[in-house]
Design a protein around this ligand. Structure first.
Ligand code: ATP
Ligand code: MG
Length: 770
């Protein structure tokens, strides 16, 4: 009986029948397991799988949960469950009912790049200064409006917002927003934020639709509830309002997405939002050793803002957490690679038992280099994903156009690729003509005969040929599955030929990638055949691609070490975890030390990182690190000090791994011995700790600022004063409110046009004075 796989505390929320419940518990205590088993139990009790909705952090997590549930209740029962991320679930809902808002059921999903391209062309068409109206900033701004449910109408009813944009010298922001929304609408497209915004709109404006889904989803379950944003929160509330059978699980100590609008108060206020909430707590951690749990507890205790929680484990003590210092980031990479290698050999482990976690994506490079040298297979999650590659986007754009010929961004991408002699001027004329008539560009091409709009007969023929080709694919799409059609498209459009003709190694890689995509489509089609309500057609495939989260994009199933940012690691677990770059300004990030709450979020991030480890955690830091093209002096992260001493073991630096003969010999090449002289191991004597004591640390902090003088900073920053206007590489333009500190400790408080005020250390701030 599967209930025996739960402890008593876990059983209670699983057996809880109706009414709202919340499971609040620390990492590794079985929250996700409770959610999974609760679904299985509901089904065993006779609840129709059709009436259950489960929202997860990644689609992969949803697939795994579904598999487990299928093991318990049987595959045919599990098939009907609606499970997935907010975005994928509500995209599906909008396919059914988006027509009420005027969207076709085959609407396209624009990714960030599509949105940016569209905004960029709107700025051009409106003849605005593109240095003031920066398309990326505008896209972010529109995205944050949407996540706060500020529609175009709401924008124009809000004088404050308009004033802020006018002050930022962008008085026409509202017009751009309006045009963007209209163009998406006309193209039958929704961006990521629309999937939530439009769902909210649908449920608010159409009570009968709301009622339908309230009746359908009698039981709603949400994992990682601490990281829901306002838009998501409202959707859940609306859907759960009728039956109140809402089960949320989460851990306020693991809320790490506030920069994307996640609102920790959603979990804190849950008891206020629903009547008679049952709150369950889980305390036993099943994932990690005593040392890891103890260390994580000691860190998170430093946060003031948190719900009281106890986490303990009956697992073994395990090894202490190993702290390792390296002279540089390259050495750090080598340490990680050789440590992985040694543990693999010693315990006969697969690569998949190891994960390397970092604060920022750019840290992966030195780790990758070292792993490659050691021939250890790895996989990077996040970063530029497979589906973002140029050639893949080209194929996908053709496929999108077949499904939805109104898709303007897809059309612009491929109408002249491979080259067909259709130039920018032609496209500009077409766009203007189509906008005047309020019809898609694709349809405008069909009307050129009567309204040539200055496009000559030769070019017209080329355009018409293109349309004819897409139409022929559309006809095929009525019969063929996604794979057969895609293969045909890759050939007929000349895409494969184009890359083959290229002949360069890149061209060949691109061809191989397209082949890989086709294989992926084939797999997808096979998989869909097993599902009750799926057809395996192009629409389904495109949706799957558009909504794959970074974690989902897995190619092949080879055994690899996992490399990812800590943000992506949420909810996962690995026997061995390396957390690299444990240095001030990197982790905690220099960008997130301005307020107490930012620092607390960094600390929660560290808590998440540590609690991913089952058997052994390693923390590494360097003394020097290349950042922004310069070698800077690094100092150990404050988080290292925050862990109770009893859980840590400072292992011998450098020499230990550098000179110890490795199984495959010394592969490190030339060594700068002067760097390593500091500490030669004495034979027979255990290595001494190199942990700097408190006094040394304080000293380190005091002297550090003189080292690593302005790295990326512009010397012009010396002239900075209150009132100066500046441009920051990430936050955009802003005005200096205050300057404080001297020398390398000099800080500026800046109000950015995006609306936030930040205090930046000038030594590191990537600022330009305007
Ligand atoms: P996180 O906060 O990191 O999301 P979580 O609370 O969701 O963690 P789970 O991932 O559900 O925790 O569980 C952690 C690990 O402990 C998993 O490997 C799970 O299978 C195991 N586990 C949970 N409960 C039990 C139990 N009662 N008996 C045995 N193993 C368990
Ligand atoms: Mg979990």
């Amino acid at each position: 009986m599967f209930l025996n796989e739960l402890n008593d505390a876990q059983k209670a929320p699983v057996l809880h029948k109706d009414g709202p419940l919340m499971v609040i518990a620390g990492a590794g205590s079985g929250k996700t397991r409770v959610l999974t088993y609760r679904i299985a139990h509901l089904m065993n009790q006779g609840v129709d799988s059709f009436n259950i909705l489960a929202l997860t952090f990644t689609n992969k997590a949803a697939r795994e949960m579904k598999k487990r549930i299928a093991d318990i209740v049987g595959n045919s029962e599990a098939k009907n469950l609606w499970m997935g991320t907010f975005h994928s679930v509500f995209a599906r809902l909008l396919r059914f009912d988006g027509d009420k808002l005027g969207f076709p059921s085959n609407f396209t999903i624009y990714d960030t790049q599509d949105s940016q391209r569209l905004i960029s062309s709107i700025i051009r068409e409106m003849s605005l200064d593109k240095d003031i109206y920066k398309y990326k900033q505008i896209q972010q701004r529109i995205s944050s409006y949407k996540n706060s449910l500020i529609t175009v109408k709401a924008y124009f009813q809000n004088p404050e917002l308009q004033e802020a944009d006018a002050m930022a010298k962008r008085p026409r922001m509202g017009e751009i927003y309006n045009e963007y929304v209209e163009r998406c609408f006309k193209a039958g497209a929704m961006d990521f934020d629309d999937l939530l915004l439009r769902t909210n709109e649908l449920l608010t404006r159409f009570p009968e639709v709301l009622m339908k889904y309230q009746e359908r989803f009698k039981y709603i379950l949400v994992d990682e509830y601490q990281d829901t944003n306002h838009s998501q929160y409202l959707i859940v509330r609306a859907l759960a309002d009728r039956y109140q059978n809402i089960c949320v699980v989460g851990d306020d100590a693991q809320s790490i997405y506030s920069f994307r609008g996640a609102n920790i108060s959603n979990i804190l206020n849950f008891q206020r939002d629903y009547d008679d909430v049952s709150v369950y707590r889980l305390e036993q951690n099943y994932r990690s050793t005593k040392n890891i749990v103890g260390a994580a507890n000691s860190v998170i205790a430093k946060n003031k803002n948190q719900l009281e929680k106890v986490v303990w484990t009956s697992n073994d003590h395990g090894g202490k957490i190993k702290v390792h210092r390296s002279p540089t980031d390259a050495e750090e990479g080598r340490y990680v690679a050789s440590s992985i290698f040694e543990h693999k050999m010693q315990h006969q482990l697969p690569n998949g038992a190891f994960a390397v976690l970092y604060r920022t994506n750019s840290q992966s490079r030195s780790i990758e280099d070292a792993l490659r040298k050691r021939d250890i297979a790895y996989r990077i999650y996040g970063g530029l994903s497979f589906y973002q590659r140029k050639e893949i986007k080209d194929v996908l754009a053709y496929l999108r156009l077949i499904v939805n010929p109104a898709d303007e961004e897809a059309l612009k991408r491929v109408i002249n690729f491979p080259a067909r002699g259709i130039g920018q001027t032609t496209m500009d004329r077409l766009t203007v003509a189509a906008n005047q008539r309020g019809i898609p560009i694709f349809d405008m091409i069909g009307q050129l005969e009567q309204h040539p709009n200055g496009i000559n007969a030769g070019t017209r023929r080329k355009l018409e040929d293109f349309v004819t080709m897409i139409r022929s694919f559309q006809i095929m799409n009525q019969q063929a599955d996604a794979f057969t059609l895609s293969e045909h498209v890759a050939r007929k459009t000349g895409l494969l030929q184009e890359f083959k003709k290229d002949g360069t190694p890149e061209g060949i890689t691109r061809m191989e990638n397209i082949e890989e995509l086709l294989n992926g489509i084939k797999d997808f089609v096979e998989g869909q055949k097993e599902l009750a309500d799926a057809k395996g057609d192009l629409t389904e495939f495109l949706e799957d691609v558009a909504l794959a989260t970074d974690m989902d994009k897995e190619v092949g199933d080879e055994d690899r070490v996992a490399l990812m940012t800590i943000h992506l690691a949420k909810g996962l677990e690995f026997p061995y975890v390396y957390i690299v770059g444990m240095e001030e300004d990197l982790f905690p990030s220099a960008m997130s030390m301005n307020t107490r709450s930012e620092l607390e979020e960094e600390r929660r991030l560290f808590y998440v990182a540590l609690t991913r480890a089952e058997k052994q955690a390693f923390l590494t830091y360097t003394q020097n690190r290349y950042r922004w093209g310069k070698l800077i002096d690094a100092e150990p992260s404050r988080f290292l000090e925050e862990i109770d001493e009893e859980y840590l073991e400072y292992i011998t630096p450098v020499e230990n791994y550098r000179f110890k003969p490795l199984l495959d010999g010394d592969i490190f090449g030339e060594v700068d011995k002067s760097r390593l002289r500091q500490r030669k191991p004495v034979p027979g004597k255990p290595p001494t700790s190199h942990k700097p004591n408190q006094e040394q640390l304080r000293k380190l902090r005091r002297i550090k600022p003189q080292l690593g003088e302005p790295s990326a900073a512009d010397p012009a920053l010396a002239t900075l004063e209150t009132g100066s206007l500046v441009d920051h590489s990430r936050f955009g333009r802003g005005e200096v409110l205050k300057i404080e500190g001297v020398g390398s400790d000099r800080k500026a408080e800046i109000r950015f046009e995006q609306g936030n005020v930040k205090k930046l250390l000038l030594r590191f701030a990537k600022l330009k004075v305007l």
